[in-house]
Design a protein around this ligand. Structure first.
Ligand code: NAD
Length: 325
């Protein structure tokens, strides 16, 4: 059953200057929604939203949501997307990650409650940890090591889901939780350590593609436009979630590296490196809930999404070479 869309005139996007947040801001503006983007630029950059600065409906505010969150005027929707998201980032910034998942979630829920706004939490497939159930349905509770290095991110998100649920049940706040699986596309940072930007950067530079372990571990990769459509379908619905948003097409890391090598026309070698501690062996969303409740399913084939991403990174590389030259 797909619920009727609600009217949203003004939205707050935390982490709006990041990869996913900047695409969300763009899609919301396209739908005629005013956007207030809150970001402290910890892992994001104003460059990601520079093309929106002239838009009359867009406002960028530098703000650390772990301190406090104050937004004057009406707000119909709060999307809490602020958080380091790549393993490299959250391993480098464990306390910041735990703070934005806990204090940041508390403050943004407070804002939504005060304004009577819909609230959407960006949760993650990482709440399933190294899953013992495959593919992962929303009913699965996960297999997370709280004191392992990845625990800072996984547990922050698990806490933020619990806090969001508590606001819904005890204060009646209109909340929704979206569990996002690996998403890729333009505006990922080349140096954020995630597999796709790493492989693309290495292939374009003619360096070896570094594959962790033997490369047999799997991920399911979803193109950013599909993910954003899914997130907004939940935002405009009255569903509480959690709802998995991801592409069920699963592929091994070695296959992904080889695919990117083909798409870039690179002759780089593949180099095998150590597998990170607690690295999930498999990852694939069960997307039946998203299909039934939101009428959502991914539509961009991986080959097309990867091609667009490769083209974007190649164009950026070309631009910076021209600037230097
Ligand atoms: P990102 O690092 O590109 O964006 C995160 C943004 O949050 C950055 O702009 C950063 O500066 C900002 N931020 C961090 N701490 C902040 C704070 N205290 N106050 C204000 N702003 C702060 O990461 P992303 O990939 O765009 O991820 C966005 C959200 O989606 C995260 O919550 C992440 O956990 C979630 N998510 C992403 C993916 C994915 O594949 N990209 C998958 C699952 C979940």
């Amino acid at each position: 059953m797909v619920h009727a869309a609600r009217t949203i005139r003004r939205a707050v996007v935390t982490g709006g200057a990041g990869f996913l947040g900047s695409h969300l801001c763009e899609h919301l503006l396209d739908r005629g929604v005013e956007v207030v983007c809150l970001d402290n630029f910890l892992t994001g950059s104003p460059e990601n939203v520079v093309h929106l600065m002239e838009h009359p409906g867009f406002r960028l505010v530098r703000c650390d949501v772990t301190d406090f969150v104050h937004v004057p005027g009406d707000v119909d929707l709060v999307l809490h997307f602020a958080s380091p998201a790549s393993p490299l980032d959250y391993l480098r910034m464990p306390i910041e990650t735990l703070k934005v998942g806990s204090l940041g979630t508390l403050h943004t829920l407070g804002l939504a409650h005060e304004k009577g706004a819909r609230y959407v939490l960006a949760s993650t497939s990482e709440v399933y940890g190294d899953p013992l159930v495959h593919p992962q349905p929303e009913e699965y509770w996960g297999n997370v090591n709280p004191v392992g290095p990845r625990g800072v991110y996984d547990e922050a998100k698990r806490f933020s889901e619990a806090m969001t649920t508590a606001y819904r049940t005890s204060k009646g706040t209109d909340t929704g939780i979206v569990r996002i699986f690996n998403t890729y596309g333009p505006r990922m940072r080349a140096d954020d350590g995630r597999a796709i930007p790493a492989f693309v950067g290495q292939a374009l530079a003619g360096r070896p593609l570094t594959v962790a372990g033997d490369g047999s571990q799997t991920r399911s990769i979803c193109y950013v436009d599909d993910t954003v459509r899914g997130i907004l379908a939940l935002a405009f619905s009255d569903q509480p979630g959690p709802v998995n948003i991801g592409n069920p097409d699963e592929l091994s890391m070695l296959r992904l590296a080889e695919w990117i090598r083909e798409l870039t026309g690179s002759t780089s070698d593949v180099e095998f490196v150590d597998l990170p501690v607690d690295d999930p062996k498999v990852r694939r969303p069960d997307t039946r809930r998203a299909e039934e409740l939101l009428g959502w399913r991914p539509t961009v084939p991986s080959e097309e999404g990867l091609r667009r991403t490769v083209d974007w990174f190649a164009a950026r590389l070309q631009e910076s070479a021209t600037r230097v030259g």
